[in-house]
Ligand binder design. Structure first.
Ligand code: FEC
Length: 310
């Protein structure tokens, strides 16, 4: 008998493929409200500052394909077939679910390329996948809620930190601090008991423990510019405090809420945070992102196999 083919619905944020995509993409992020000309100009400028387009599209595609290969190599009982479903640009989540159904696949593991669960992020991806599957009467969606606890994910970041620390002179080790960050979300999520902040904190503790470091802090980044408050402290504020009141010199940025290089890392971290650190006489470090690192892909593959075992 042939192996069952299981759909691997890899869901991710998405990014404009070209300049012309910026307005529809940004409008989709704002739930259909067109951004102002000023907001469009500002976002266009940030994409220009990272080279015109974000590497996210290519990295997401490679992550999905590498994960598919890794899963098919790790076990033979099932055959995995990857489908990319994006939140804010084509191929949309709904397109991917329809294709899985048309290919005659009856169940699909839904994996979001973001480690921590929030109703704002992971839940909204999964809800869309489920709604699309209901509409087409299949496939059955098997969601992974979060995968931040995966051992190899923690090991990946711990290894990156150790490698970065090894590049800092012995005499400066005590003046080196790791900043673990994730995307900020509107503070109102706290009212509904969203586990996102606790999961990010748990990840930071686990990585710090594995790396054997004691100088680290947690902060939020890339908050929206709205009137309502967002989770803080912001990375930029924390850098000022760490430099001016605690005298740290080396700042090691680990954006653990993201899994690849993209605008929020290449601009918000590598340009904004770097500029501030350097203006205060500090030294900026940002280890490599997970991208398609074998340890990271292994972590994702374990999460997929575990959810099917349950
Ligand atoms: O193109 C790229 O390389 C960047 C892709 C990108 C990723 C990403 C991840 C997350 N976001 C999350 C939440 C929000 C909330 C708002 C929001 C706004 C933007 C804008 C752009 C953007 N996000 Fe994003 N985000 C990425 C890109 N994000 C562009 C709009 C302009 C700006 O503010 O920069 C506010 C929405 C609103 O205005 O109503 C909230 C979260 C993540 C991490 C989880 C995930 O990947 O799903 C949470 C990558």
């Amino acid at each position: 008998m042939e192996n069952e083919t299981v759909g691997l619905l890899v869901m991710a944020y998405g990014t404009p493929y070209q300049k012309e995509d910026i307005v529809p993409y940004y409008t989709a992020i704002r739930h259909g409200r067109r951004p102002s000309d000023e907001q469009i100009a500002d976002l266009t400028r940030r994409y220009e500052r990272i080279g015109g387009v974000s590497p996210l599209a290519e990295l997401t595609r490679r992550q999905a394909l590498t994960l598919e290969s890794r899963l098919n190599e790790r076990q033979q009982a099932l055959t995995f077939k990857a489908y990319l479903g994006l939140k804010y640009i084509h191929p949309f989540i709904e397109d991917a679910v329809r294709r899985i159904h048309e290919d005659g696949i009856s169940r699909a593991v839904a994996l979001v390329l973001a480690p921590h669960y929030s109703r704002f992020s992971v839940q909204s991806y999964t809800d869309r996948a489920r709604a699309a599957a209901e509409k087409s009467d299949g496939p059955q969606i098997v969601p992974i809620e979060s995968w931040y606890r995966e051992t190899n994910f923690i090991r990946f970041w711990a290894g990156q930190i150790r490698q970065t620390l090894a590049s800092i002179p012995e005499s400066e080790q005590d003046r080196s601090v790791v900043i673990f960050s994730a995307h900020s979300l509107p503070e109102k999520i706290l009212k509904n008991g969203d586990p996102y902040p606790d999961q990010v904190a748990e990840t930071a503790e686990a990585i710090a423990g594995e790396a054997g470091i004691s100088h680290y802090v947690r902060a939020w980044q890339s908050a929206g510019k709205t009137r309502n408050p967002w989770l803080g402290p912001d990375v930029l504020d924390i850098v000022r405090t760490l430099r001016e009141t605690e005298g740290y010199r080396h700042f090691i940025f680990c954006p653990i809420g993201f899994v690849s290089e993209h605008l929020e890392v290449l601009y918000d971290n590598d340009q904004q945070c770097r500029r501030l650190v350097e203006s205060l006489g500090g030294i900026y470090h940002r280890p490599q992102m997970p991208d398609t690192d074998p340890l990271f892909i292994d972590a994702l593959s374990s999460a997929v196999l575990k959810v099917l075992d349950q």
